[in-house]
Write a protein of this length. Sequence first.
Length: 184
Amino acid sequence: MAINVVGIGGSLRPGSQSERALRIALAGAADAGARTSVITGDALVLPFYDIAIPDRTRQAEQLVDAVRAADGLVIASPGYHGGMSGLVKNALDYLEDLGGEDRPYLDDRAVGTVAVAFGWQAAVTTLDQLRTTVHALRGWPTPLGGAVNSVETKFDESGGASEPKVEATLRTIGEQVVSFATSR
């Protein structure tokens, strides 16, 4: 049975730097044998999460269903003013809908985390926030996380990065998600 890895993140700009980083990490997961899917951009435009409102949009239901079926995840966020984007945070808030299930939240799932920002400080603090949020959702952040300084590294349309070390790191994150999922 194939391992199912879901990628969540990016920004509203199609082909954003954080979305391209996410896709490289997912390519690493695919090369390790996983079936991958991605939820980015417009698919993450959701109403502000409110636990008191039980009705969900079709997109919110699709997000929660995809995570429910996932064996592992990769989450990538741009770093905005030292933190993850509201788009990504709001999407993660919807995982509260998985709280009462047999496998609540991100329980027993490896989650690769990637932050892309214009400078090291924002990249590192955003990565820290992503890892902290994954812990709060009972997920297992992969040992390797990716803090990418977009001043130094650019991603191209063909799925590569200007810095081979960054590309290798992102691919390793995807591989680690698959490795954990196959070992449990």
